[in-house]
Design a protein around this ligand. Structure first.
Ligand code: MTE
Length: 330
């Protein structure tokens, strides 16, 4: 199935670093590293720990429908998107999830559906996400920490999943929870965050066609460190909304709690829409550094690029916030 939506969200080819410029920059960095005697490549990139089996079980999806999303995007490499993660259940360092997530057991996995809906209960991931509906969606992920990636997700529209459970008119929001099990998620023994990690969306945000439940990247089952077996992807919002390893989805009447909003309400709002015009209290949100996954430290020397309003997806989602003061509802 090919979905054709007119949109402004695709990265223009002119935004992509030409290969020769990139290679020259890389050579320059390597030469600089040799000259200074330093290894500028972070250890984990070349480490023997590097992921050998792609995805959580080395399996590929057999048929994934292509969508028209992000055709012109330069993708972050598989290695890039699996070695630089935020998944505090496995540690607070960016390479901790890559090192530590092996204890996660993504299969079998069940998700509880509860709240204001005609159908509720506990379902396997395979019951919730039908293999024939899987699509590839290439989306930008803009982290609140001002880095970004371009990721080829495999997933299904959340709207299709929600409809099957027939939420009623009291279901104004959708709430999500991550697993709590310190045996599988050892850093839950420490309290870097309150557990479970929780997130939420307004029903119209959850039903927007851009919102997906993702079960893979690059055509393979979701790597553990990226939130196996199922996670949320909301590309116009900061990455912390993309809750990982979901075990519960609830249809609720009131705005549900969201982890980073509970943790630091003046810094992280419920909406968390990417917005270069609203700074984080401690840093600007005007620019971002694109992580390509190539070239080790050269990534850190890549010039910053302008962050786009709603991460470049304004045409599809700006209407959801019409009349709202985005300085207040950040
Ligand atoms: N989900 C859970 N359960 N725990 C987390 O710590 N971190 C969030 C989000 N989902 C997080 C989470 C943050 S801050 C970001 S930026 C994204 O996951 C990162 O997703 P990635 O590691 O696949 O790039």
């Amino acid at each position: 199935m090919l979905i054709k939506w007119k949109k402004t969200s695709d990265v223009k080819p002119s935004e992509i670093t030409p290969k020769d410029v990139f290679l020259n920059r890389r050579k320059f960095i390597q030469a600089a590293a040799i000259a200074s005697g330093a290894s500028l490549v972070p250890n984990f990139v070349n480490s023997s720990l590097a992921t050998t089996a792609p995805g959580y079980d080395g399996k590929k999806f057999s048929n994934v429908n292509k969508s028209a999303f992000g055709k012109a995007e330069k993708l972050t490499t598989y290695e890039g998107l699996t070695t630089h993660n935020n998944f505090y259940e496995f540690g607070t360092g960016k390479s901790d999830p890559f090192r530590n997530a092996r204890t996660l057991e993504p299969s079998p996995w069940s998700v509880e559906i509860t709240g204001h809906a005609a159908k509720t209960g506990t379902f396997s991931v395979e019951d919730i996400i039908k293999p024939h509906q899987l699509e590839e969606r290439i989306y930008r992920l803009r982290c609140v920490e001002a880095w970004s990636m371009v990721i080829p997700w495999v997933g299904v529209p959340l709207a299709d999943v929600i409809k099957r459970f027939e939420p009623n008119s009291k279901a104004k929001y959708v709430a999500f929870e991550t697993l709590v099990d310190p045996k599988q998620m050892p850093d839950q023994e420490r309290n870097a965050l309150p557990w479970p990690y929780v997130e939420g969306l307004r029903m119209d945000e959850a039903m927007n066609p851009l919102t997906i439940l993702a079960v893979g990247v690059y055509g393979v089952h979701m790597p553990k460190q990226n939130g196996a077996p199922v996670r949320l992807v909301v590309p116009w919002k900061y990455g912390f909304k993309y809750i990982k390893s979901i075990v519960k989805i609830s249809f609720v009447e009131k705005e549900p709690p969201a982890t980073w909003n509970i943790q630091a309400p003046s810094e992280y709002g419920f909406y968390s829409n990417v917005n270069p015009n609203v700074d984080h209290p401690r840093w600007s949100q005007k620019k971002e550094r694109r992580i390509t996954g190539e070239g080790g430290l050269s990534a850190l020397l890549t010039p910053k690029i302008e962050t786009k309003f709603m991460n470049g997806y304004a045409e599809e989602v700006a209407h959801l916030y019409k009349g709202m003061d985005l300085n207040k509802f950040f």
